[in-house]
Design a protein around this ligand. Structure first.
Ligand code: FMN
Length: 382
């Protein structure tokens, strides 16, 4: 980080924050946008909506929240994908979008189980989409009451799991046993691997750093992220999705005229440079990586990956580990070709094997939740 540059910017933001007084800092939390984390399981009495109110807290790419639920009854629903919420530039085949829907389904299933219901999830009941997603359902959901079900201990971590993009503590290695826990948390349909040291860790730090910096410097790909950035409380409350840049400091930068979507996308601006520096610092501080692979790359494979990724993320939370997917090298667009090939040559050894998720790991200060649209806005009633 260019220290002098940073201090200059921080200075102008501090003036704004100071001018606003203590009240400014205290009122910057987007309370409405974070409400779904406070109300999960509390607003509804029927098992379907209760389970869904947890499912919407699932991790998902760029926090697009592409789920739409067509509610048939208190125990039956159909999940479809909102085709307005795809990421065509960085996720051209919607592979990651489908993984996010897999995370949603696993959390739905865990929440249902916690209430004593088995979730019967029938994937792609009207057929599997090809390279483009369509309006056909992703899954048919049915809840069946079952006596004697025991809640999965991972479910208890749901409200504590948050993607952590901060630099991790480089003085604190990750215990081998914790890597084993992560691998064990996955379902049998996928294969998983992990590292916490040696040349592989060093190489993955550099590869994920290079891939993310390349993405930021690829205008079309980065613009997709910039368009989804919500800067400051008012924008976050108005659109509780995408990439939120909240808090008094960033809002101060916005008011100081240093931070805007335009400046974030402009390679000659300070905010663009700071974005590069912050992403580099985070990638390089990774103390471990975990990855999830599949033998093929069908839509069902992608759902299975999401189901496993959700479990791995909950297990990491249980073990006090922070985690952040570093998806760039696995993405299917031209600027990523070299990284994609390099990482597959290294970590996907069998012919046709596909790397689906790669996430950095480490110890770090806890971060808060990301915004969510309330469940009611994602439901279509019959
Ligand atoms: C398939 C998939 C890919 C993701 N890729 C990235 C990524 O490359 N970088 C990142 O910071 N977060 C990534 N995420 C995390 C999401 O951005 C995050 O889940 C979302 O913003 C919601 O925040 P939360 O996980 O804290 O609830 C990914 C998540 C999924 C499911």
């Amino acid at each position: 980080m260019n220290r002098r540059k940073f201090l200059k910017i921080a200075g102008s933001a501090s003036i704004i924050i100071a001018a606003g007084g203590v009240g400014f800092v205290a009122t910057r939390t987007p309370t409405e946008a974070l409400k779904p984390w406070k109300t999960a399981g509390l607003l509804y009495t029927d098992p379907m909506r209760r389970a869904l109110s947890f499912a919407i807290l699932a991790p998902n790419p760029h926090n697009r929240q592409p789920w739409i639920v067509d509610l048939k009854s208190d125990t039956e629903a159909v999940l479809t994908c909102d085709l307005e919420r795809l990421l065509p530039d960085t996720d051209p085949f919607s592979r990651q979008i489908v993984i996010g829907l897999g995370c949603f389904l696993e959390l739905f299933s865990l929440a249902a189980r916690d209430q004593g219901y088995l979730a019967d999830i029938q994937l792609f009941p009207q057929g599997m989409p090809g390279t483009k997603l369509d309006l056909r359902p992703i899954a048919h959901l049915k809840l069946n009451k079952q006596i004697g079900l025991i809640s999965d201990p991972l479910f208890a971590e749901t409200l504590n799991r948050h993607t952590n993009r901060e630099p991790y503590d480089t003085s604190r290695p990750i215990e081998d046993q914790k890597l084993q826990h992560l691998i064990k948390a996955t379902n049998t349909e996928v294969s998983a691997g992990a590292t916490n040291g040696g040349k592989l860790l060093d190489d993955l730090r550099v590869l994920t750093k290079d891939a993310i910096l390349t993405e930021i410097k690829t205008p079309k790909a980065f613009q997709e992220s910039v368009d989804l950035m919500r800067i400051g409380k008012a924008e976050i409350e108005a659109s509780p999705d995408g990439i939120s840049l909240g808090g008094a400091f960033l809002e101060g930068l916005k008011l100081a005229g240093v931070l805007s979507r335009k400046s974030l996308a402009d390679p000659s601006s300070q905010s663009f440079q700071i974005g590069l520096d912050m992403n580099e610092a985070s990638a390089i501080s990774s103390m471990g990586f975990v990855w999830i692979n599949t033998k093929g790359n069908s839509r069902t494979d992608q759902i299975n990956v999401g189901r496993s990724y959700l479990r791995v993320a909950l297990q990491a939370t249980k073990d006090g580990l922070s985690m952040q997917p570093m998806s760039q090298a696995l993405q299917e667009y031209a600027a990523m070709d070299l990284y994609f090939k390099t990482i597959h040559d290294r970590l996907a050894n069998k012919p046709g094997e596909r790397m689906q998720m790669l996430a950095r790991l480490g110890y770090a200060e806890k971060v808060g939740p990301a915004p969510r649209w309330p469940l009611a806005t994602r439901i279509k009633e019959a």
